[in-house]
Design a binder for this molecule. Structure first.
Ligand code: APR
Length: 270
């Protein structure tokens, strides 16, 4: 564990006035929910086209069967997963007023379960399902009970229920998009935790925080760095942001790094 970078992050967190966090699947792997692109990740075990919106519209039953199989498989229980010390550390930093907002790409509800209150769900939330006709929303317990009766599960109005997660090809919920871009523009410190930073538009948020123009991404983004904004990555491995957008990468397990940051701040705060 690189203590100098941990100490540097603690100092920046204590000095910053608007701290936000962007999280990806890597913060939940220590809760038993695999990420997508690491070896053995979800996209190695399940066909990603299963989560294309066109596929769901064409055959909702097949997609629901796949999701039930994912949840019933021994590998991971999305709906029963518990928050880990990484989620808990972020909830603590929000509680003492250091973190303003968590923007998460995850659909596992673990930030909320850990106690984070201002969470923007960039890709929705798998613990709910919405009616494709009347948009009525149901919790996953209701859906699991429905799935015992009929495939695909239906709303009382007869409409088909769709998981309330954003499928590939679907728009990011407008409110989440607008608020996330606003937060990224306003922050003076962004922690980017457990994401490979490969999926747009979430991957542009650190560039916006840094004052870089995401439209020039890939053409050697011309940095117009915001004078006082820091972007710090906490990740298992370097990402496309490392060395180009983020100030530095704390390489390691998110739970361990975040817990170490939390302990240091608890000690300082007394
Ligand atoms: N600690 C730190 N980093 C970790 C840990 C861990 N315990 N476990 C995994 N990682 C890192 C991996 O090395 C990888 O860089 O987290 C990153 C996870 O990347 P992805 O699997 O691509 O997940 P994410 O970035 O969230 O994917 C974004 O892609 O498939 C879509 O909608 C899906 O929201 C998802 C989006």
């Amino acid at each position: 564990m690189d203590f100098t970078l941990i100490d540097k992050t603690v100092n920046l967190l204590l000095k910053a006035s608007h701290v936000i966090v962007l999280t990806g699947a890597g913060i939940s792997t220590e809760s038993g929910v695999p990420d997508f692109r690491s070896p053995g990740g979800i996209w190695e075990r399940y066909d990603p086209t299963m989560f294309f919106i066109e596929r769901f519209l064409a055959d909702p039953e097949e997609v629901w069967r796949c999701m039930l199989d994912m949840n019933n498989s021994n590998e991971f229980k999305l709906w029963e997963a518990k928050p880990n010390k990484g989620h808990q550390a972020l909830a603590y930093l929000e509680e003492i007023g250091i973190i303003k907002t968590v923007i998460t790409q995850n659909i596992d509800n673990l930030h909320q379960k850990a106690g984070s209150r201002h969470v923007i769900e960039f890709h929705g939330n798998m613990l709910y399902a919405k009616c494709m006709e009347c948009t009525c929303k149901y919790g996953y317990e209701h859906v699991l009970a429905e799935l015992k009766e009929q495939f695909p599960p239906r709303c009382t109005c007869g409409g088909i229920l769709k998981p309330d997660a954003v499928f590939f090809g679907e728009a990011i919920p407008q409110a989440a998009l607008t608020e996330s871009f606003k937060e990224a523009d306003a922050c003076d410190l962004m922690l980017v935790i457990g994401t490979s930073a490969q999926v747009e538009p979430a991957a542009s948020l650190p560039l916006i925080a840094k004052g870089m123009n995401p439209l020039l991404r890939g053409f050697g983004t011309m940095p117009i760095p915001k004078p006082r904004c820091h972007v710090i990555e906490i990740n298992w491995e370097p990402t496309p942001l490392t060395g180009r957008v983020s100030d530095f990468l704390i390489q390691g397990r998110a739970g361990e790094m975040l817990s170490s940051i939390e302990q240091k701040i608890r000690k300082i705060k007394g």
